[in-house]
Design a protein around this ligand. Structure first.
Ligand SMILES: *Cc1c(COP(=O)(O)O)cnc(C)c1O
Length: 235
């Protein structure tokens, strides 16, 4: 059971994050509500995930498909919830995952993109996805190198999937200024792909608890925020 103190803290955190995201969005010259906040719930169980939705966070992100399945089996989420898959997705996890109509931020190969398109078409859906780009160049980070993103976008499946943008993570333990330049580079890559390939990539999923202000300044339209939302919860 989720107690009142936990609910109060979750609301407080959600409101604080919402305010900061709005301010950063306005400072970047965009309308206040135009940055989507994906609450990353991989740290908490199903009940706390539901409580976050009830506090107003209806975009929920999980990094592991099985944990998402477990949560939807365990509790009934309100219909407004939009799930986001933000971690590596194996192709054998697609059938069940796509039945939940998630936005997949972490497409990191042409094979995965084709498998998503095929499974979505079999389920009479169109999956909404982003391509993950390894902008920091760190070997440990997932995602495609910028040149590979271009190749992938020139070989898009015709049905079953729509690529709406790019996802990126800044390198670990770097200065804010360096994170900012990696986000700016992601945006330049997006702008360049749009103009050269004639594709439409409106979404940039970048920025986490520690760097979402920098990401929004650089043009993020979706921020993926986990730990900030669960600060100070009674344990
Ligand atoms: C965990 C995770 C986040 C959230 O990170 P926080 O620093 O807790 O906000 C965002 N994106 C991805 C891909 C993650 O795995």
């Amino acid at each position: 059971m989720i107690d009142g103190a936990t609910r109060t803290q979750l609301s407080k955190n959600w409101n604080a994050v919402t305010d900061e995201v709005q301010q950063a969005t306005v400072a970047a010259g965009r309308p206040a509500g135009s940055t989507k906040i994906v609450g990353v719930t991989k740290y908490v169980g199903a009940e706390t995930t539901l409580a976050l939705a009830e506090a107003g966070c209806y975009d929920l992100g999980e990094s592991r498909p099985q944990l998402l399945w477990q949560k939807v089996d365990e509790v009934a989420f309100p219909p407004q919830v939009q799930w986001h898959l933000i971690g590596h997705v194996q192709r054998n996890k697609l059938r069940r995952s796509l039945s939940l109509d998630p936005i997949i931020h972490s497409v990191d190969s042409g094979r995965l993109l084709i498998a998503i398109a095929e499974e979505a078409a079999a389920q009479q859906r169109t999956a909404t996805v982003l391509v993950e780009v390894n902008i920091s160049g760190e070997a440990a980070k997932t995602g495609l190198a910028p040149e590979q993103v271009e190749t992938l976008l020139t070989q898009l499946p015709r049905n079953g999937v729509v690529v709406v943008g790019l996802m990126a993570m800044a390198g670990w333990g770097i200065e804010a200024s360096e994170a900012r330049s990696q986000f700016a580079e992601t945006r330049r890559l997006r702008d360049d792909l749009q103009s050269r390939l004639g594709v439409c990539l409106p979404e940039l999923s970048m920025g986490m608890s520690g760097d979402f202000i920098e990401a929004i300044a650089a043009g993020a339209t979706m921020v993926r925020i986990g730990s900030r939302l669960f600060e100070g919860l009674p344990t």
